[in-house]
Design a protein around this ligand. Structure first.
Ligand SMILES: Cc1cc2nc3c(=O)[nH]c(=O)nc-3n(C[C@H](O)[C@H](O)[C@H](O)COP(=O)(O)O)c2cc1C
Length: 206
């Protein structure tokens, strides 16, 4: 296990192909979910929930849906892009030990959520912070995480019985991995390169 924060941030990767399929011990999953639940949130609303999905039949249904969405995206690409995309794996739903679906409840802590009156999206930002905490904690535990967003929200809501008004924000594949690569898959496959920090930092004005 590696716990130096900068080291963990540097080692974190989005994982698709490197899941071993081995299980995640309950105490490890507990620590990772506790880390997610420790995230900051607007007005201390903690608007997230975590659905731990182990059921293979449910994961198969989701995977079939992801395949359809992959095809729909591929159909929008020009032929050069399509060739690159064809080489890129976009999920490890069936190969990983389990999945964690993270949801957002905009009514949590309301109606007067302190700090959300001017920026409704702060609720969603809070959920993303929980996801990042989960991702980093999993990396510290030498587990891989893969965020899958090739889905339609109504499909996932129906599949998991998520109540009306609650939004699924992420399907996260989670589990032991053979290794964490040093280069993001999208860069490795020539889809897109990382921007240098210098290009992202502005001083005093945009
Ligand atoms: C909101 C969000 C959605 C993503 N959806 C997918 C996805 O559906 N499939 C996939 O393979 N990767 C997905 N990713 C992972 C990104 O492709 C990945 O983070 C990026 O290429 C950088 O690689 P790294 O995370 O290994 O540094 C997603 C990441 C984020 C933050």
């Amino acid at each position: 296990m590696s716990t130096d924060l900068y080291d963990v941030i540097g080692r974190r990767r989005d994982v698709r192909a490197e899941f071993t399929g081995a299980s995640v011990p309950d105490d490890v999953l507990d620590r990772v979910l506790n880390a997610a639940h420790a995230a900051p949130s607007v007005g201390l609303s903690q608007p997230w929930d975590f659905v731990v999905v182990r059921d293979l039949a449910v994961r198969r249904s989701f995977r079939d849906h992801v395949e359809q969405e992959r095809a729909a995206f591929a159909a929008t690409l020009d032929s050069d892009e399509a060739k690159v995309f064809a080489r890129i794996k976009i999920d490890g739903v069936l190969e990983s030990a389990l999945s964690v679906v993270v949801t957002y409840d905009p009514s949590r802590g309301g109606p007067a959520v302190l700090g959300r009156h001017a920026i409704a999206d702060t609720g969603l930002y809070s959920v993303c912070l929980a996801i990042q905490n989960l991702w980093l904690a999993a990396t510290a535990e030498d587990l891989g995480v893969g965020w899958v967003s090739f889905y339609r929200e109504p499909f996932l809501r129906e599949l998991l019985g998520i109540p009306d008004g609650i939004r699924p924000v992420a399907w996260l594949c989670l589990g032991p991995v053979t290794r964490l690569r040093t280069t993001p898959d999208l860069e490795r496959h020539g889809w897109r390169r990382r921007r240098p920090l210098d290009a992202a930092v502005h001083h005093d004005r945009w």
